[in-house]
Design a protein around this ligand. Sequence first.
Ligand code: SAM
Length: 251
Amino acid sequence: MRQRPAYTAFAAVYDRWCADVDPARWGRYNVALARRHGFSGGRVLDLGCGTGLSTRPWVGVGDAVLGVDRSPQMLRLARRSVGRRRGVRFLRADITAPGLLRGQTFALVQANFDVINCQTREHRLLRLFRNARRLLAPGGCFLFDVVTAHAYRRLLNGVSVFQRVPGGALVLEGRYREPPGLWQGTVTFLAAGRDGHYRAAEERHRQRHYSPSRLRALLRAAGFSRCHLYATLTFRSPGPGTERLTVVARA
Ligand SMILES: C[S@@+](CC[C@H](N)C(=O)[O-])C[C@H]1O[C@@H](n2cnc3c(N)ncnc32)[C@H](O)[C@@H]1O
């Protein structure tokens, strides 16, 4: 079976796949959290915007919204779903590239839903954090989420997930190795053909776990001095059973 890069074949069914995590609720939470940390309008940057699910909640909240992603397939869908609204733009780029969007500033920078964990090399994550720091206007905040070790161990390790999606089905399978804190998996899209046969397109996905202390150290190295951790979708501190953390960092 032909292997494709992450977020190519998956793009077409990504929004359906995400329906269970209720992106609209997650978006409202991110906006509320940003406001709690002083956001009151201005330009918003969505790093790893994908199909625009995480960009959409900021339309009309931020003065202008820019989504950046490296996957042309994800961006095509983002442009189709959100792109015609005023003040919204999308750009294809590597969010870890030094000099990304040089000269621009934003009141809020976010990286929502596994984008941080997708950076499997620590030096690349540090470059992403440095970009976020450099692109923040004075008083701005950087908001992102990460998967916890608990979730990788308990929910994403050796468990196959099957979901029917329009035009076929998706199968997600993966293993978490600790050390080195790496999750490797495949997403297989089974597309139903008219002849009754299924055609499989397989993508390899890799993620790295970053502990709260490692994140704090990398954020400090990137120039952030304050950092607040929440159990995602709550305003509470994370506990041992937390599956996802949301981090708000400020200079
Ligand atoms: C799980 S999706 C999240 C999409 C969106 N933020 C959301 O909440 O639905 C992760 C996205 O990050 C993008 N991504 C990961 N690493 C990237 C990088 N270094 N540069 C640009 N995009 C990246 C992928 O292409 C993918 O679209």
